[in-house]
Design a protein around this ligand. Structure first.
Ligand SMILES: [Zn+2]
Length: 92
């Protein structure tokens, strides 16, 4: 509990064949499965979360960080970097 006995766990992404290794405390995992909020289940004794946001998403949604990125990029148009138009600030 409180991430004191973290062991490496392989989680395979639901979408791609990527396997991600995360270190979690199995007691915390079972607390989460019993309904504890993820941000409280995977926290140390001081209440500080020990999983990265990507690791939490992997647990919750079963998607690896790459697939999550694709998901978020999907419907949302990513603005291309504005091309530099002939700079007029050349002070010679
Ligand atoms: Zn994936």
């Amino acid at each position: 509990m409180f991430g004191a006995q973290r062991i490496p766990v392989d989680l395979q992404c639901r979408v791609c064949p990527r396997v991600c290794k995360i270190e979690i405390d199995l007691e915390d995992l079972s607390r989460w499965e019993q309904g504890e909020m993820v941000q409280y289940a995977f926290a140390d004794a001081l209440g500080k979360q020990y999983l990265t946001p990507a690791e939490r998403e992997l647990l919750i949604s079963g998607l690896c960080d790459l697939c999550l990125q694709k998901l978020f990029e999907g419907p949302v148009r990513v603005m291309p970097l504005a091309p530099k138009q002939g700079s007029t600030t050349n002070n010679e």
